[in-house]
Ligand binder design. Structure first.
Ligand code: PHE
Length: 342
């Protein structure tokens, strides 16, 4: 091969590279000229037998072929790549049939909704909102509530203790103590918040749950007031036919004490899956404030009487929304929460 032929071959190669319309075609040009079995290795091979006078020119043209063709192939490859990107990008931008992008809207959690609704209903009876800490002293959670250290009632409320001797409150009842310590009677408050017990989680238990505490202290408060006010609340929350039933019970800080039930609003007391065929749904405990508790907070037990009640928030939420597993309220599964969203 003569030097002039190599020069001509270079021009052909460059022209072919310019004409290639796809990266596959570019690759074919590369293989044809620069590949291991392509033209260039053959030219280099031929150099050895070429007449010495021709060799320098042949070598130079062969190098030019390699250099210029490689550069051109690279530029063409980049150009083709960005052209493809631009075309497919354009298709996306101009598709007017795609649906818009929706931003998911948040909603109040069922637990928060029950708490807010309860606060609103008790507000109509003149109750104001009180608050207390989740980390309580042993005194407020137990002793002041007439539950001394060796009292068996403590066993049912085992909880998480801190090294400081404080504990995660097992009930919202310590807020009763804090309120009465801080102001003279009469008081009419409700207090909602988290409570903690060393319970193993199952369909109806959670180590972390919520209660709403109610406390009304005045000169002539009676058990009839308690029943009347709880009935008013139950009917506002669940529906006008709901009845309230008291069953005798024991709490150290109320005397007498009751556990109370709402009649099942789903079957109207006839018996169904929700109320386990009994027609009644257990809500929580209540009673008349024990005079010993009044004495602890410095109220005169001869001058005042009062009632106190607890409401299990998860219970109310489960009944209201027909849930059979308390864990649904804590899993943060959006598919579940969206169904209840208001
Ligand atoms: N604190 C009690 C409990 O958690 C419920 C209760 C509240 C009972 C107020 C009486 C008065 O079981």
């Amino acid at each position: 091969m003569k030097a002039a032929e190599i020069l001509a071959l270079k021009e052909t190669a460059l022209a072919e590279a310019r004409a290639a319309g796809t990266s596959a075609q570019l690759e074919q040009v590369r293989i044809k000229y620069l590949g291991r079995k392509g033209c260039l290795p053959k030219i280099m091979e031929g150099l050895k037998e070429a007449p010495p006078a021709e060799r320098p020119a042949m070598g130079r043209y062969a190098n030019e072929l390699k250099q210029e063709l490689s550069e051109l192939l690279e530029t063409r490859r980049d150009a083709l790549a960005s052209a493809t990107a631009a075309t497919s990008g354009a298709a996306e931008v101009f598709d007017p049939t795609l649906p818009g992008r929706w931003r998911a809207l948040g909603a109040r959690h069922p637990i928060s909704r029950v708490i807010e609704d309860a606060i609103r209903i008790f507000d109509t009876l003149g109750f104001s909102v009180a608050d207390g800490p989740d980390i309580e002293t042993e005194y407020h959670n137990f002793d002041a509530l007439n539950t001394p250290e060796d009292h068996p009632a403590r066993d049912t409320q085992d909880t998480f203790w801190l090294e400081s001797g404080q504990l995660l409150r097992t009930q919202t009842s310590p807020v009763q103590i804090r309120v009465m310590e801080s102001r003279p009677p009469p008081v009419r408050v409700i207090a909602a918040g988290r409570c903690y017990r060393r319970d193993t989680t199952d369909a109806t238990h959670s180590a972390n749950f919520h209660q709403i505490e109610g406390l009304y202290v005045n000169t002539r408060v009676s058990l009839a007031d308690l029943k009347g006010d709880l009935t008013w609340f139950a009917q506002r929350l669940m529906g006008p036919e709901v009845k309230v039933r008291f069953r005798p019970h024991f709490f150290p800080f109320t005397e007498p004490s009751v556990e109370y039930d709402f009649s099942c609003h789903l079957c109207r007391g006839k018996g169904c899956r929700m109320c386990k065929q009994s027609g009644w749904i257990e809500i929580s405990g209540a009673g008349m404030v024990n005079p010993k508790v009044f004495a602890k907070v410095g109220y005169d037990p001869e001058a005042v009487t009062g009632y106190a009640f607890g409401l299990g928030v998860e219970r109310l939420a489960m009944i209201r929304y027909g849930l059979d597993d308390i864990r649904l309220l804590y899993d943060n599964d959006k598919r579940f929460l969206e169904q209840l969203a208001q």
